[in-house]
Design a protein around this ligand. Structure first.
Ligand SMILES: C[C@](O)(C(=O)O)[C@H](CC(=O)O)C(=O)O
Length: 496
């Protein structure tokens, strides 16, 4: 292979120009909200020598404009999960965006289906995005000389779960997503191998530092590719020190109390009894329980002198004020797998979301059991720190809004009320499993019972085939596009 013919001075000048162009891109309004821990120089050094452009950037810029328009108007995009190109072709009529759900992919895009434990190979969701984006491009192409005018190129938002490994696998996955044409991916703070569908026990969040590294790795890969692909930071929970629970009683450890399998019914009751006996509190609650009112005030004001006070320092401050050590042990409640036990509060999610906001474009608080006051507190507090922040939200299957205190009226208006708080992108991730099951079940029964009688009556003459897209439609199935190819190849001009 011949070496690249260039002299050092030219190479240096090209490199410097590249650094300048990266710096300029980072300063423009589209990216001005982002703060990176690395320099443009470093990114230039990590790029390869053939500059490329990606459809992913075009789609991301379109999504950015759509979401900011909603933000300005106090409205939102309501979309839902998809893995099937046929479904996506119909979404174009009603939705501005398409969501590729990891949970759905785990059922429909793998050789061994299963519930959403995010245990499928790392390239499963990027491959689903690739399939869908190509189908969108094809519909867009075949429609160009037809009378229809749907915007088939709805930006795709995809589930990157927790990144499926360390730094290098996140980089590979991010690259695959960009190459596939995704507009935005979301990455969460769950520990690998610990995801339980929706709200199952054992779901574990990683430390903030690890979450920051994950998101930084995604951002770095976008920058290396020069892509403006968007990143949504999804915070499932948080494990900042102040919210970790410790035992305040002299008890044996939880792990030693549980010597039986975590799947037996006794496990639940032993855990419950242990929790009741352990006097579980956060460290600050334990201080409060011992302190007089004035002492606790002094403690709190000492803490407020810095943004984050590590646990060792909290202990010291408490001891100075109380004149004694606080009996509080965060090791005792640790699980058999070593996870710390924490107290979910909305403050935990606010702090974590804020810690990573400037690495991403959109924030999603995936609160386990949302209440309206918590939703308001989260979005208002985050918005106060990051004005005009874009937020996403998923209507996770297990949410029971009535139980959480929402009135019928509130449920009806929830998407609009959330939109006013800045939640511009809202998704029902897994509805289509029900939709497909429903239609297939109905058709299967009718077809089996009535055969062609039903087909002609309900499909051909009056029902599904009238007005519904499908293989019988010349345009939708690409018939006119194929005719166009034939015309071109035979040297005739298309009538346009
Ligand atoms: C959004 C989600 O990650 C998904 O895979 O679609 C799931 C959906 C669900 O649990 O209903 C999640 O929120 O974890």
């Amino acid at each position: 292979m011949p070496a690249i013919q260039t002299d050092l001075a030219t190479e240096q000048a090209t490199f410097n120009a590249e650094v300048e162009s990266i710096e300029a891109a980072w300063k423009c309004p589209r990216q001005a909200h982002l703060v990176r821990p690395y320099s443009a120089r470093t990114i230039a050094g990590l790029r390869n020598s053939i500059p490329q452009t990606y459809a992913s950037s075009t789609m991301a810029d379109k999504l950015w404009a759509q979401l900011n328009e909603h933000r300005k108007d106090g409205t939102c995009e309501l979309t839902y999960g998809a893995t099937d190109p046929i479904q996506v072709s119909q979404m174009a009529k009603h939705q501005q965006t398409v969501y590729v759900s990891g949970s759905l992919c785990g059922v429909s895009e793998v050789s061994t289906p299963g519930r959403d434990a995010a245990d499928y190979p790392w390239d499963t969701v990027p491959k689903a995005v690739d399939k869908i984006f190509r189908s969108q491009m094809w519909h867009d192409q075949r429609q160009r000389h037809e009378l229809e005018n749907w915007d088939y190129l709805a930006p795709i938002i995809a589930d990157a779960d927790m990144g499926f490994g360390g730094l290098t696998s996140i980089v590979k996955m991010t690259k695959a997503f960009v190459e596939a044409g995704v507009a935005m991916i979301h990455m969460d703070d769950l520990a690998i191998g610990m995801k339980r569908f929706s709200m199952g026990m054992g779901r574990t969040a990683v430390p903030t530092s690890e979450y920051v590294s994950r998101l930084t790795a995604v951002r770095m890969q976008f920058d290396i590719m020069g892509a403006t692909t968007m990143l949504m930071c999804r915070c499932d929970t948080a494990t900042y020190h102040p919210y970790i629970l410790g035992a305040t009683k002299d008890v044996p450890s939880l792990a030693s109390a549980i010597s039986i399998s975590t799947t037996t019914p006794e496990y639940q009751s032993i855990r419950k009894t242990w929790k009741e006996s352990a006097g579980l509190m956060t460290f600050d609650e334990a201080v409060k329980a011992l302190a007089a009112e004035e002492q606790y005030k002094t403690y709190s004001s000492k803490l407020s002198e810095q943004e984050v006070t590590p646990m060792t320092e909290r202990r010291k401050i408490a001891k100075q004020i109380l004149g004694q050590d606080v009996l509080w042990d965060w090791e005792l409640p640790r699980s058999t797998k070593g996870q710390y036990m924490w107290k979910p509060t909305i403050q935990t999610v606010i702090e974590r979301a804020s810690a990573v906001a400037q690495l991403g474009d959109v924030t999603w608080a995936r609160i386990d059991a949302p209440t309206w006051p918590d939703l308001v507190t989260f979005h208002e507090a985050t918005n106060a720190k990051f004005p005009n922040r874009l937020f996403g939200f998923g209507y996770v299957g297990g949410y029971d809004f009535s139980k959480a205190g929402f009135s019928e009226e509130q449920i009806k208006n929830l998407h609009k009320d959330l939109a006013k708080l800045g939640v511009v992108w809202q998704v029902q991730p897994v509805w289509v499993t029900m939709a497909l099951s429903d239609v297939t079940d109905k058709f299967g029964k009718m077809w089996q019972e009535e055969g062609m009688g039903m087909w002609v009556r309900d499909c051909q003459r009056t029902g599904w085939m009238k007005g519904v897209d499908g293989a019988h439609k010349m345009g939708w199935s690409g018939g006119y596009l194929a005719d166009g190819f034939a015309e071109a190849v035979s040297g005739r001009d298309m009538v346009l």
